[in-house]
Design a protein around this ligand. Structure first.
Ligand SMILES: Nc1ncnc2c1ncn2[C@@H]1O[C@H](COP(=O)(O)OP(=O)(O)O)[C@@H](O)[C@H]1O
Ligand SMILES: [Mg+2]
Length: 387
């Protein structure tokens, strides 16, 4: 491709950047309506001007990155790297890192740099995990937050309902990255939900078919790679992209295996994080089999807390598909959920037509029926689960 600049004014520079830094730079430049090449120019100029040594930046896994700089600047930059006795890759990483600190995201109203993480789980199927994940993601995006919705269920209902194709086997996906076998940048697999209501703030990481083999694959990788921690697999995959979001939501599969442990681990309270900011949301039904399923999930959470000394917060329950006409079983079961107190019941949702209609037309519920009772319930959950 020809240079967009006349010869002599700009020159193409090929170097390397860690994928997370490259992706954050791309997004930040877009948020500030700047060209990446101008951002990198400013980054290098500023970095050279500050004589004091910058802190070293992690550059393991740096991948190729090229841009256009004013003629001569790269040579000056290389000379400065020589003076400071660091590699060009380290120099560029420091310059970009500093530029990102000097140019915060205009959307970031909080001082927290890590996203809130909401894990929507229950090994029982059909209780509303996917509906709640999608609904609260839309509610947060409506408020102005940047949201990553992760379709963590290989059945791919969430992707399908938002009209996004699943990732085919053999392609780079969440699963390959969880196994430490990702070939490219996971950010490249993320899709923007194209609906004006969310102004490009709602993103989806689609499901992949090989997710069905996730548990055995992780178990094998754990025996092959030293230092690989099964429970940290989801964290390993999402860490490089999560910094671009205010909220990450995981729509879990209906199972209690390694994949669920990895989701709970990802939703644990991180060091210095406020309690109740990240954690688990559990959709349930008002019936006895739901109570048994809940006890099993709660036991798994307890085991993980004990085994790995983690804090996993319960953000709350959603009593879904409630129908008081079912009589005593429904009403007494609802009373039992409320009596738990912790986790709190965030909202009780009836069996409503808009949810099924939105699924049928493959549109986000809060865009399809923004004033519906169901949409209001989703906003309430989002609020209740974000203390
Ligand atoms: N409150 C609701 N009213 C009507 N239909 C609902 C409601 N919540 C979920 N559904 C529908 O019930 C089905 C199961 O919900 P889903 O979210 O897919 O459950 P899960 O992810 O737990 O398997 C889906 O067709 C969904 O659209
Ligand atoms: Mg589901």
């Amino acid at each position: 491709m020809a240079s967009p600049y006349p010869q002599g004014e700009r020159e193409k520079v090929a170097s390397k950047l860690p994928p997370a830094l490259r992706q954050t730079l791309k997004i930040r430049a877009a948020e500030l309506s700047l060209d990446i090449q101008d951002a990198v120019t400013t980054a290098i100029v500023t970095w050279r001007e500050h004589a004091e040594g910058a802190a070293s930046v992690e550059t393991t896994g740096a991948e190729s990155f090229s841009t256009w700089l004013p003629a001569g600047l790269y040579d000056e930059f290389k000379a400065t790297c020589g003076d400071r006795d660091i590699s060009y890759i380290q120099g560029l990483a420091q310059a970009v890192h500093r530029w990102l600190q000097d140019h915060p995201s205009p959307r970031h109203g909080t001082t927290e740099t890590e996203p809130e993480r909401k894990i929507v789980g229950n090994q029982k199927g059909g209780v509303g995990k996917t509906a709640v994940s999608a609904g609260i993601a839309q509610a947060y995006a409506e408020e102005g937050k940047r949201v990553l919705l992760v379709d963590y269920d290989p059945q791919g209902h969430l992707s399908e309902q938002l009209a996004i194709p699943q990732i085919q086997p053999g392609h780079d996906s969440l699963v390959s990255h969880m196994c430490g076998e990702g070939e490219g940048d996971l950010a490249d697999a993320i899709v923007v939900i194209d609906d004006p209501r969310f102004e490009k703030r709602l993103h989806l990481l689609p499901a992949c078919f090989d997710g069905f083999l996730l548990d055995p694959r992780i178990a094998v990788v754990a025996t092959q790679k030293r230092g690989f921690q099964k429970e940290a697999a989801l964290e390993l995959a999402l860490r490089p992209v999560e910094g671009n979001y205010d909220v990450v939501i995981i729509d879990c599969p209906p199972s209690l295996g390694i994949a669920m442990d990895a989701a709970l681990y990802y939703g644990r309270r991180r060091r210095g994080e406020k309690p109740g900011r990240s954690g688990v949301i559990i959709p349930v039904l008002a019936e006895d089999s739901s109570a048994t399923a809940y006890e099993m999930l709660a036991q798994q959470i307890e085991d993980l807390r004990d085994d790995l000394s983690l804090d996993v917060d319960y953000l709350g329950l959603v009593v879904n598909l409630y129908d008081s006409r079912r009589g005593y079983v429904a009403t007494s079961s609802l009373a039992d959920w409320k009596a738990l107190g912790d986790p709190p019941v965030l909202v009780v949702i009836n069996d409503l037509k808009e949810q099924r209609e939105a699924v049928r037309v493959r549109k986000p519920l809060l865009s399809y029926a923004p004033h519906s009772e169901q949409a209001k319930a989703m906003r309430l959950i989002a609020k209740g689960a974000s203390r």
